[in-house]
Design a protein around this ligand. Sequence first.
Ligand SMILES: Nc1nc2c(ncn2[C@@H]2O[C@H](COP(=O)(O)OP(=O)(O)OP(=O)(O)O)[C@@H](O)[C@H]2O)c(=O)[nH]1
Ligand SMILES: [Mg+2]
Length: 469
Amino acid sequence: MVDDPIDEPVDDDPIDTADLPPDDSLGDDEATHRGAFGEFGGSTGGLIERTFRERIVLVGVSLGGQDPDETDASLDELALLVDTAGADAIDRVVQRRVSPDPATFIGSGKAKEIREIAELHDADTVVFDDELSPAQQFNLEKILGRSALDRTAVILDIFAQNASTQEGKAQVELAQLRYRLPRLRGSGGRLSQQGGGIGTRGPGETQLEVDRRRLVRRVHKLEADLRKVQAHRETQSKARSRTRNHAVALVGYTNAGKSSILNVMTESDVLVEDRLFATLDATTRRLSLPGGENVFATDTVGFVRKLPHQLVSAFKTTLDVVRDADLLIHVIDGSGPDPEGCIDAVHGVLEEIGAGDVPELKVFNKSDLGNGSTVLADSYEGSVSVSAHTGDGIEELIEAIGDRVRTMTETADLLVPWDRGDILAAVHREGQVLSETAGDTGMSIRARLEPASLGALREYLVTADGPKE
Ligand SMILES: Nc1nc2c(ncn2[C@@H]2O[C@H](COP(=O)(O)OP(=O)(O)OP(=O)(O)O)[C@@H](O)[C@H]2O)c(=O)[nH]1
Ligand SMILES: [Mg+2]
């Protein structure tokens, strides 16, 4: 960055894909083009160097009347994110400002101060807790003489490391590309390893155009691929709704224990790790409830404060599961430092993905690590305290899920005459049959049905025992 010839602060330069000329320079190349990052972002595909542990200075800004404790908590989390990404946070700088500086976010005086701190520590990179515009990032790198990244870049980096399935990889790559595209011009050596073409004027501009076109094409390809996955998901979810099994989704802050809870509830072996964003792909398991009915339970990606919007939109297909669920099992680490802050952050993301109205059941996990979970469960009505490790409270949790699901359907007894095979089929299709007894005049069936189906079948009802047994 230091020897970059552009001295003037630059404006944001969002890419307008419509203006880009058609690209025929790629030819067959595209078919073998393995993600943009192998080419544009170095061999690891991440923004953070991993051949050694980078030394990182963190910068947080309390804007306006923001509580400094909040900034501090957010920086603690940023340190954890940096560590998960494989680097060491060695110092932190906190600044108070009324509003962000448009050119450098923190102001150029403060930036120079941070440069001195970074030099003192021999730091490789400065990571800002807030999202920097491409121009701010570019200008900061010039002043700091080293890479300036933001929280978004760090989270994207972790996601890139953790993605394992094709869909997960595609979603992460799409998010990374959307993040990188507007930053191509301002990017320094690390982001552009194409023979020094990027960031220089003259012939470099042409190279930049080529790079952009490639990335834009890649974005379109990924979007198309993900749309196909989404169409497939929709077919699956239609099939699911025909069987009338309810769907619950485990949501919550990253590392709260969602996968662990799914595992103990369904005796599965979904990956559990003491690291942020261990789960990126949705896994669905059948969960048998005490009343005999089944629900589909899906484990989902964890949330975090200031989750990058690029990721939220790229993970749309995964997160649709959450929006379409009948019930959310909101897992909270009851032993964590700020459970309430985590709850708020999760609610924020749920709103963002259109799942704000899905009913939720709060589950305070890790009750084996102190009484935090039980105290919290007492203060939130209808919530449960559990430990995925010891199994404490899991039975109660499953019962609570059963109770909540039961309020969504009604149990009814029906008598279906033998000559009405069509009605018999309809009961099976639309409801969950709990028992069937062959009688003289027809089949006696006890089934859970949604109010609409119940209405259509009322002719065959023997009793309907209301929403709860
Ligand atoms: N002490 C204790 N640790 C737990 C409990 N449940 C989960 N953990 C630990 O918490 C860490 C995270 O658990 P996961 O189940 O991977 O959490 P997650 O919510 O799925 O996390 P992400 O997928 O990364 O968002 C792991 O180290 C677990 O062993 C619990 O009840 N007690
Ligand atoms: Mg998980």
